[in-house]
Design a protein around this ligand. Structure first.
Ligand SMILES: Nc1ncnc2c1ncn2[C@@H]1O[C@H](COP(=O)(O)OP(=O)(O)OP(=O)(O)O)[C@@H](O)[C@H]1O
Ligand SMILES: C[C@H](N)[C@H](N)CCCCCC(=O)O
Ligand SMILES: [Mg+2]
Length: 224
């Protein structure tokens, strides 16, 4: 069976792209047919370039993305600045094509869960529902994450979107980070699927080293 998952963040810069590329890398290492998909990116095509470079993908940027917007601001505003309007049908059709031709599709959101794609009309959570996908939440390890993560999970519940678990990013071995994770577990009742360390050196080599620690089987079992 072909399978998709939607990666949401507790905020922009939480590490969705880093995690999406990591999951892609791990599945690819395991000889799985996987493609990452970023429906809407604002601030250029950095996310899809990152997937391509870090996971050594042969896919073109266009295969992995529907809308690239210039300004690094909320997609609804970035669209307005270019006189564009996101057409959800294009995204839904793009996703359908991918899920019909790959075993695993990993979809990355933009920013957090309540980000407008079309002003007053269409939000990231609407897209998740239209795609009929479950989500994985990417959360930071550091101070501020309890509130962000619990609010994200509570909002998902109001929308009837199921969270499969949480991936902690930028873990830096601090005592308060362990307590943050404990609090998040207790308050959300969600599984902590994986913990990615904070890398001092964000080079391809050290990123790959971090990705090699992923247990692919556990990942497939918990996410898909
Ligand atoms: N584990 C990590 N260790 C060190 N730096 C990291 C790590 N994860 C992410 N970063 C840094 O944080 C930045 C933002 O991460 P990333 O691009 O994955 O966020 P995002 O959630 O995808 O943001 P967006 O909403 O723009 O898509 C990265 O460019 C990198 O500099
Ligand atoms: C530009 C940034 N890196 C993302 N691509 C878009 C983040 C939108 C956030 C909107 C908001 O929640 O205020
Ligand atoms: Mg990103």
């Amino acid at each position: 069976m072909r399978k998709g998952i939607f990666i949401i963040g507790t905020d922009t810069d939480a590490g969705k792209t880093f995690v999406t590329a990591g999951l892609t890398y791990a599945l690819k290492q395991n000889k799985k047919d996987v493609i990452p998909y970023k429906p809407v990116q604002s601030g250029g095509n950095g996310d899809t370039r990152f997937y391509k470079e870090i996971a050594d993908l042969d896919y073109s940027i266009e295969e992995m993305n529907t809308y690239t917007l210039k300004e690094a601001v909320s997609p609804h505003l970035a669209c307005k600045l270019e006189n564009k309007k996101i057409n959800k049908e294009l995204i839904l059709n793009h996703y359908k094509k991918l899920i019909n031709s790959h075993d695993y599709v990993i979809v990355e959101g933009a920013g957090g869960i309540v980000v407008p794609l079309v002003d007053k009309e269409y939000y990231i959570y609407d897209l998740i529902k239209d795609l009929n996908l479950e989500v994985v939440i990417v959360a930071r390890a550091g101070v501020g994450t309890i509130n962000h993560t619990v609010l994200t999970n509570e909002f998902l519940k109001t929308q009837g979107i199921k969270a499969k678990g949480i991936i902690i990013n930028q873990y830096n071995n601090k005592f308060y980070e362990d307590d943050n994770i404990k609090q998040i577990k207790e308050l959300t009742n969600l599984e902590i699927i994986h913990k990615f360390n904070k890398l001092e050196d964000f080079s391809k080599e050290s990123i790959e080293e971090e990705y090699k620690k992923i247990d692919e089987n556990k990942l497939i079992e918990l996410i898909f």
